[in-house]
Design a protein around this ligand. Structure first.
Ligand code: F6R
Length: 594
């Protein structure tokens, strides 16, 4: 959701910014730009489209300090004018977040004679800086940030200063240093290869980088200590390694993601931490929250938790949770699930739950994220950097981590059983990936007017995830549905043009899903079946347009395996239809606005 970067003390700022923007492009890719300090002035280039559209113009820029931005539009359409940086007078600004009081600030600034050249909320920041400036860069920044409401990570250039300022409030900023240069960026991978050591800024902090020194203060101007540590090896993304897209590379990394998540659970003594909290609090109910794919992992875990632990467990999308008064209190275990740990709705839901007295447990792939700073306890997902906007390996890591949490709550024996089953799941994932050809199913999806993914029990969250994956990367419409619900309305949409993908990993519910499949056949619909051995009743597979048998799987770990064919189908369909599966339209990987 917008990526920002700043640097000073480098040989060629535009080359550094350009490389950093390519690394940050997953955060938004509708326009990009950079500004460089050049002979006492600021030179800005910005363009609608992907970062590569900047390459020729960036090569012309000469300077040792600059800021850059890659955008996911919130206020104002993707265009050259709305692209960042916004430059006026002595200042240039890049922004990630939303300035919630921008309308009133704009009115005030316009009445004072400022003229705006974009439709963004962010442009108010650059005009405020000019208004507050009387020769002292720090003073102007402090006065400006105190006027802003909402969420903002900013990098700011001032023509009278040789460096930049980086501001953090509810959106991430990591600062770094190395080789005499100083940096700031929205995430750590963008700094790997540039910085030798890094520090994660906290809300309400501002770093001023100049002449090889970085000074930190809070919004009142009071100096604060800044401690750098080496860039963790795990954040260094490895490139495509011969795969045509990150999506398929990351699907192939699922076995490693699950294995590393299991190691992390043991290494970080998560069993002990979870059970200690359970003993102290005596959890009477469990709430699980997340958005999109993370919500689907949470929903699967809610089903398992209620079945295994016999206490109420429910999953909700983070945005919905915040909007209503739910039964959350001191005896609630609140589990926030997020790959990035940055998703604004999930982080705010965790904050709300904590305020209401709940014990907050975060399941996340990013150990230094906003979510980890809110949580009482973190259970890591160690899927490695996920570059493709569509989540794949992180989902499987989330299901593994959540299953371990649920089984830990049941007791040591259950947790041991889950740990040993997860070892087998890793090799089953590998055979599900290599043994599945998605071509025929992808052809069927690509030619369908709508694809309905259906499942019951633990297969329902997987159906939701299969549907989300197909929609987001191939743009083929459809829905995930509980198989028993089709007959209550949605059957009206079934005809020869639609396809239903039935997921059946549970023998108990397989027969019920089979009834839904019969209803679809009776209305001329086409069906694809993905099932565990023995779960599809006789007569179902034979008539399916496409049939695939999964390696033996069932119970709470089955989503790790049953999702794989659905991810592969989505990927192949996207490629078949000429879409870019790594950067689908209108999306960004990190959704840092509410
Ligand atoms: C879908 C997808 C999104 C994310 C959602 C939450 O493929 O990636 O639905 O799952 O935006 O993101 P995180 O997990 O980072 O909180």
């Amino acid at each position: 959701m917008c990526g920002i970067i700043g640097c000073t003390g480098v040989k060629n700022a535009s080359a550094v910014l350009y490389k950093g923007l390519l690394d940050l492009e997953y955060r938004g890719y509708d326009s990009a730009g950079m500004a460089v300090l050049c002979d006492g002035g600021i030179v800005t280039v910005k363009k609608k489209g992907r970062v590569c559209a900047l390459s020729a113009a960036a090569e012309e820029l000469r300077g040792t300090s600059g800021i850059g931005h890659t955008r996911w539009a919130t206020h104002g359409i993707p265009s050259d004018e709305n692209a960042h940086p916004h430059t006026a007078g002595k200042f240039s600004v890049v922004h990630n977040g939303i300035i919630e009081n921008y309308a009133e600030l704009k009115e005030e600034l316009v009445s004072q004679g400022c003229s705006f050249s974009s439709h963004t909320d962010s442009e108010v920041v650059v005009h405020l800086l000019n208004r507050c400036y009387s020769g002292d860069f720090k003073d102007a920044v402090l006065h400006t940030v105190r006027r802003l409401r909402g969420s903002f990570a900013l990098c700011i250039l001032c023509a009278d200063s040789d460096g930049f300022a980086a501001v953090k409030y509810r959106n991430p900023i990591i600062v770094g240093k190395g080789g005499g240069a100083l940096f700031a960026a929205s995430d750590m991978p963008a700094l790997s290869g540039l910085a030798e050591s890094v520090a994660v800024l906290k809300d309400g902090q501002i770093a001023f980088a100049s002449h090889g020194e970085m000074d930190l203060c809070d919004f009142s101007g009071e100096a604060q200590a800044l401690t750098f540590s080496p860039v963790p090896a795990a954040v260094r993304a490895a490139g495509l390694c011969g795969f045509p897209h990150y999506m398929i590379k990351e699907i192939n990394e699922i076995p490693a993601a699950v294995k590393n998540t299991v190691h992390a659970f043991l290494e970080e003594r998560c069993f002990e931490r979870v059970t200690r909290a359970a003993k102290k609090r005596g959890f009477g109910n469990i709430f699980l929250c997340g958005c999109g794919t993370a919500y689907h992992a949470a929903l699967a875990a809610a089903y398992s938790a209620e079945e295994l632990l016999g206490i109420p467990a429910r999953a909700e999308t983070a945005g919905e949770f915040r909007g209503r008064k739910s039964a959350v209190g001191r005896s609630t275990l609140f589990v926030a699930v997020s790959q990035s740990g940055e998703t604004a709705d999930t982080v705010e839901a965790a904050r709300t739950a904590k305020q209401r007295g709940a014990y907050v447990l975060a399941v996340t792939n990013v150990p230094y994220s906003a979510l980890t700073s809110v949580a009482d306890c973190v259970v890591p997902v160690r899927a490695g950097t996920e570059v493709c906007v569509a989540a794949t390996k992180s989902y499987c890591g989330q299901v593994a981590a959540l299953s371990l949490v649920v089984s830990a709550l049941k007791g040591r024996a259950e947790c041991r059983r889950t740990l040993s089953e997860l070892q087998e799941v890793c090799s089953k994932c590998a055979s599900a990936i290599s043994g599945f050809s998605a071509e025929a199913a992808a052809r069927a999806c690509a030619s369908s007017s709508g694809v309905y993914f259906i499942g019951r029990g633990i297969d329902y969250p997987v159906a939701l995830e299969g549907s989300l994956k197909l929609k987001e990367v191939s743009y083929v419409p459809g829905e995930g549905y509980p198989s028993g619900e089709l007959k209550h309305g949605t059957l009206a949409l079934i005809d020869g043009g639609t396809l239903a993908v039935a997921v059946m990993t549970d023998i108990r519910s397989g027969e019920k899903t089979a009834s839904a499949v019969e209803q679809i056949y009776s209305r001329g619909g086409r069906v694809a079946v993905i099932c565990s051995p023995g779960c599809a009743p006789r007569g179902i597979a034979e008539r399916a347009e496409f049939y695939a048998e999964l390696p033996e799987c069932g119970g709470m770990l089955s989503p790790i395996i049953s999702v794989i064919p659905l991810q592969l189908i989505a990927y192949r369909t996207a490629v078949m239809l000429g879409r870019d599966p790594d950067k689908p339209r209108n999306l960004a990987k990190s959704v840092t606005v509410e």
